[in-house]
Design a protein around this ligand. Structure first.
Ligand code: ADP
Ligand code: MG
Length: 327
């Protein structure tokens, strides 16, 4: 195990960043915006690390960098004792098996021209792990594990419902027996009635295969049940990070408070003060000075406009980046 990574951690990211060029005229100087702007966190073996934040805050970009599908602009990633930045391409390819992703949209992430059998078999073929009868057995077993049947193997993705397609995506992610799976909003595109089924399946698989999850969602309700710890992101940065119960009971950052108050109250008789977030997410090309949340924060004061708050540990394991954390 790498000495820089604590013993129970399977993943550690340090100052992870992704900058994208902003398209401008041919003769103006190229400029960049920071889709992911310096993430630091560890994920422990076997835990579910929830990541939430509004659309566009950099969640998917983070997931793609961690699973080595997108190169970071800055920063370091340690996984399972290996410093990924320093690995040879061959070793990286090997480690990539252990890092899988389930995408948000089961409609566009599965090749419509391939049969389910080939979609699930592809990673096993690419890595030369199984062929012939053994491959068939493996694929059939994977389909069974995610609640599909052998008769589904010869069909194409369009013959399935959203929930079933996500099961196919999960079978494919499981094929190489990974250690960590990034679940990138795996139920956001599904009917509410099937969301719980897929969440339960993911929970069962986690137990069965000792998986670690990074579970991405745009709202807190979706990560509440599945997560052990939760990181809240705003404009490419983590603004709050804590154990799940601690986060819900003792919120420190005004942005998290706003996200919490946006949870729809199911009981129509329960009236609750809603903090409505003022304004839109600022243009990431021109982020606000100081604390990037100050333009929407009901508590912002002068210092918030000028100084960027650091992510600080307030109580054991509870981090927040705010000049005036909530009591
Ligand atoms: P999220 O998953 O939280 O909705 P993303 O990680 O998809 O956010 O995107 C973060 C920001 O980066 C967004 O502003 C998005 O438009 C931008 N972005 C994502 N991918 C690219 C890309 N390939 N090129 C340029 N900008 C991108
Ligand atoms: Mg996304």
């Amino acid at each position: 195990m790498n000495p820089e990574q604590s013993s129970q951690a399977i993943l550690k990211v340090v100052n992870l960043q992704k900058h994208y060029p902003i398209k401008k005229g041919a003769f103006t100087k190229k400029s960049y915006f920071r889709a992911v702007d310096g993430l630091d966190f560890e994920v422990n073996k076997g835990e579910t690390f929830g990541v939430v934040g509004e659309s566009g805050c950099g969640k998917s970009t983070m997931g793609l960098m961690i699973t080595q599908l997108l190169e970071q602009t800055e920063g370091d990633i340690w996984f399972d004792g290996n410093h990924l930045n320093q690995l040879s391409e061959r070793k990286k390819r090997e480690l990539r098996r252990d890092l899988q992703i389930v995408f948000q949209d089961p409609f566009s992430s599965l090749n419509p021209r391939m049969k389910v059998f080939d979609i699930v078999a592809e990673p096993l073929r690419v890595h030369g792990i199984a062929k012939g009868e053994k491959l068939r057995e493996e694929v059939m077993n994977l389909l069974k594990v995610v609640g599909l049947g052998e008769h589904h193997a010869d069909r194409h993705p369009h013959e399935f419902s959203g929930g079933q397609r996500q099961r196919i995506g999960i079978a494919r992610a499981l094929a190489l027996k990974p250690k960590l799976i990034v679940c990138d909003e795996p139920v956001s595109a599904l009917d509410v009635s099937v969301q719980a089924q897929i969440l339960n399946l993911l929970k069962e698989l986690q137990k069965q295969f000792n998986l670690t999850y990074i579970f991405i969602a745009h709202g807190l309700p979706s990560v509440k049940h599945i997560s052990d710890r939760i990181a809240v992101m705003y404009m490419g940065k983590i603004v709050e990070l804590a154990d799940k119960n601690e986060l819900f009971n003792n919120v420190k950052h005004p942005y998290t408070e706003a996200l919490l108050s946006a949870i729809p109250v199911l009981d129509p008789f329960e009236k609750k003060d809603r903090i409505v977030l003022q304004g839109e997410i600022p243009n990431p090309a021109t982020p606000p000075s100081g604390c990037t949340f100050h333009t929407r924060c009901p508590y912002a004061r002068e210092i918030c406009r000028t100084e960027q708050p650091a992510l600080m540990e307030h109580t054991d394991g509870h981090f927040a980046a705010c000049h005036f954390p909530l009591a």
